[in-house]
Write a protein that binds this ligand. Structure first.
Ligand code: GMT
Length: 381
């Protein structure tokens, strides 16, 4: 199949999922064309089946806001025609789904077929889509898509409820490549962060307010009162300053490492004893799954799609959002075990691989693509 994929190329779960999906599809022999304003940050173009097409947005003094959605639609149409794409698969509804809708309409005017599938990731529905100014066009582009998937049952139900969507929505959960996301023991790296063998707590996110990075610091401070420990924070974003300030305020600067944005996050995650994801909301919580695949138990919040990923009591623990005290108690309990939570980490990997390995999920996308294409060729009504 020849597939055009559009996503945000920046640091964020939806872009990561789209990129990993494209790379997995290419590895299985499909031809994949990424269409965006920059190469997605985890994209490896060494596979001959992958191409990147840059969307250039012309600027003009009149444009306070250059019309990216239009430039994207044009590029989608050009790539579809030149590469003879079978379909477009856009990740994150706004504005990608609207651009794909335009590209499909332009293709139709040339008597060409260009179906598109929209994958909803979360904030396109819960935050951005729910803004009155974006809601009608988001709902329209979802209704008009040839196929729609969500990354959790929670998000499907919320989309149907809040957007009053009646059309079918397929749940295809996020995934990890379980051969890459596995525990890689790297004693030198561990020793760099925790020279005296202290347990390592870790967090990975885009540091947006919804991630509650300051709660990560609060939880770590509770642990630190009971035992020696280190905290490693991976990622960057608006709340990094607040987290750094709180770390200094609590006198923990010697115990906390801010790494910023990182490649090969599996190498880093593998050094952790415990992963913290105390978000106010997650429609899935990809970082939690990545940690679990690396045998790291997770303490996360009982919100959104997280309970579909992290099984309370088996893979780690779920707590109410902003309940740092309960999260701290669980963290101390896990790290005080004689095995420091290694058994729980192994269970977490077992559950992650059972449900969420790429080898299980990619065929679901392939099957869905085929069904959508068949439906476009011979519509049922
Ligand atoms: O979390 C965000 O800031 C936005 C968004 C993104 O593009 O990263 O994340 C969403 O998509 C991820 C990948 O499917 C999910 O793992 C995240 O849970 C989801 N974030 C929210 O629902 C807040």
């Amino acid at each position: 199949m020849k597939i055009g994929i559009t996503c945000y190329p920046t640091y964020g779960g939806s872009g990561v999922v789209a990129t990993e999906l494209g790379m997995e599809l290419a590895a299985r022999g499909h031809e994949v064309h990424f269409i965006s304003y920059a190469p997605p940050f985890r994209l490896d173009t060494s596979n001959d089946h992958i191409q990147f097409h840059e969307v250039e947005v012309a600027t003009y003094p009149l444009f306070d806001h250059p019309p990216y959605a239009l430039a994207l639609a044009v590029k989608m149409g050009e790539v579809a025609e030149s590469a003879q794409l079978d379909l477009l698969h856009v990740h994150y509804a706004i504005p990608h789904s609207v651009s794909a809708l335009l590209a499909r309409s332009m293709a139709a005017s040339r008597k060409a077929t260009l179906p598109f599938i929209t994958t909803l990731h979360g904030t396109d529905i819960t935050l951005v889509g729910a803004d009155r100014s974006y809601l009608p066009i988001t709902r329209f582009s979802i209704e008009q898509s040839d196929g729609v998937t969500t990354i959790s049952t929670y998000l499907k139900e919320r989309t149907q409820r809040e957007f009053d969507i009646k059309r079918p929505i397929e749940v295809i959960p996020n995934f990890v490549n379980c051969d890459v996301y596995r525990r890689h023991d790297m004693p030198e790296l561990r020793a760099e962060w925790a020279p005296d063998g202290e347990p390592i707590l870790m967090h990975l996110s885009n540091f947006r307010p919804v991630k509650r990075v300051t709660d990560v610091v609060e939880i770590f401070a509770m642990v630190r009162e009971k035992m020696r420990a280190k905290l490693v924070l991976i990622g960057d974003g608006p709340d990094r300053g607040a987290a750094e300030w709180l770390v200094r305020q609590k006198g923990l600067a010697c115990d906390v490492h801010f790494l910023g944005k990182q490649d090969r996050v599996y190498d880093k995650l593998s050094q952790a004893d415990l992963f913290l994801l105390p978000s106010d909301l997650e429609s899935f919580g990809l970082a939690a799954l990545e940690a679990m695949a690396c045998e790291v138990p997770v303490i996360a919040t009982r919100v959104g799609g997280l309970p579909e990923v992290v099984k309370h009591g088996a893979d780690g623990y779920l707590v109410q959002p902003r309940d740092v005290v309960t999260a701290g108690r669980h963290a101390i309990e896990i790290l005080s075990r004689s095995d420091r939570g290694r058994e729980m980490g192994k269970k977490a990997r077992e559950n992650a691989t059972w449900e969420f390995c790429a080898s299980k999920i990619i065929p679901l996308y392939e099957g869905y693509y085929s069904r959508v294409l068949a439906e476009v060729k011979s519509p049922r009504s």
